[in-house]
Design a protein around this ligand. Structure first.
Ligand code: PLP
Length: 339
């Protein structure tokens, strides 16, 4: 039996040989005392890449998002964001529990917001409603199918936001950069804070980064401690993160090409889904189908693993550990679907 093609998520990727080597030889110190040179190097590199003053290494993307909300908002504040964003639906209510914010969720089926809807929400203060304190966007937008925000639309959103801070959940920021041809710094320019994950398509085993203005990142350091996320000899993890940033970004284009091929296969096999494969611009194939769960189950039976992110929404994610042969096996299994 051929090996399983695991398209559940890009988080299943294994660290590369270069990462294992870098981890084994990393120079480390106690990061609780700010004495880990490898963590410091990773934070400086990410700050430079995103064009922000300072950065902070955090154990996970969720923690990065949560810390951002804690430094940008107070309990009771309203955060405007997309209805299907990770911070809304996939963090187990953490924003309510940790910061006590409430969300004003606008439509984001296509990944981006309707700026008119945003403008209305921002004006709600004059209709006796609570003022929007901050905004949060996701780039790429996972649920929508890894959709990258067109840079001018993000700039338009930031212009509407005015003085309100904008947090960018860039769990897959580098996929967005590769897909749009923009630099990470250009994509992050409209944002006050940005979080990006090292442990997804970039293949590092653990870790995310949060970047923003230096005074905010000082406060973020305190919030990380409060959440139990201050690590000690974290340089072992940061060493893999540096390899990820230095060597794993360009190759994301391969994942994007494979995802498009898979998207075309789904569109052909399931015309009733009305899925436009051209919307697949990065590494996530995601579409609505009344039998989404059965599709995932049937493919699993054929050795192709995926998942659902809603009762009628299927998701398949390409990554470093899925090669052309694997992809062709997945395409063949999709063609055989009998849903
Ligand atoms: C868009 C987005 N944001 C945040 C996260 C959270 O990252 P982590 O799993 O490292 O906590 C994910 C994880 O899949 C994600 O897809």
């Amino acid at each position: 039996m051929s090996r399983v093609v695991d398209l559940r998520s890009d988080t299943v990727t294994q660290p590369t040989e270069a990462m294992r080597e870098a981890m084994a030889t990393a120079v480390v110190g106690d990061d609780g005392y700010g004495e880990d040179p490898t963590v410091a190097a990773l934070e400086a590199r990410f700050a430079e890449l995103t064009g922000k003053e300072a950065a902070l290494f955090v154990p996970s993307g969720v923690m990065g998002n949560q810390i951002a909300l804690r430094v940008l908002c107070a309990p009771g504040d309203v955060v405007l964001c997309g209805a299907h964003q990770h911070v809304v639906g996939f963090e187990m209510g953490a924003a309510a529990r940790n910061t006590g914010v409430q969300f004003w969720a606008v439509g984001d089926d296509a990944g981006v917001f309707d700026l008119e809807e945003v403008a209305e929400a921002l004006a709600a203060e004059s209709d006796h409603q609570v003022a929007v304190r901050a905004l949060a966007v996701e780039n790429t937008h996972m649920y929508a199918g890894g959709v990258p925000w067109p840079p001018h639309e993000l700039a338009g959103l930031a212009a509407l936001a005015g003085d309100r801070p904008l947090h960018l959940d860039g769990a897959r920021l580098f996929n967005a950069a590769v897909a749009t041809g923009e630099s990470p710094a250009a994509l992050c320019a409209p944002a006050t804070t940005v979080m990006a994950c090292l442990s997804k398509g970039l293949c590092a085993p653990v870790g995310s980064l949060l970047a923003g203005p230096a005074p905010l990142m000082e406060r973020a350091r305190v919030e990380r401690k409060r959440l139990g996320g201050a690590l000690r000899q974290a340089g072992f993890l940061a060493a893999a993160g540096l390899v990820a940033l230095d060597t794993m970004v360009e190759r994301l284009a391969e994942d994007h090409a494979r995802a498009r091929r898979l998207a075309e296969a789904f569109a052909e096999a399931l015309p009733e889904a009305d899925y436009d494969p051209a919307t697949c611009r990065t590494n996530i194939v995601s579409f609505d189908h009344p039998e989404a769960r059965r599709i995932v189950e049937e493919l699993a039976g054929a050795g192709v693993l995926g998942g659902t992110v809603g009762p009628r929404r299927a998701r398949f994610v390409t990554h470093h550990d899925v090669d052309d042969d694997d992809l062709e096996r997945a395409v063949a299994a999709v063609a055989r679907l009998r849903v």
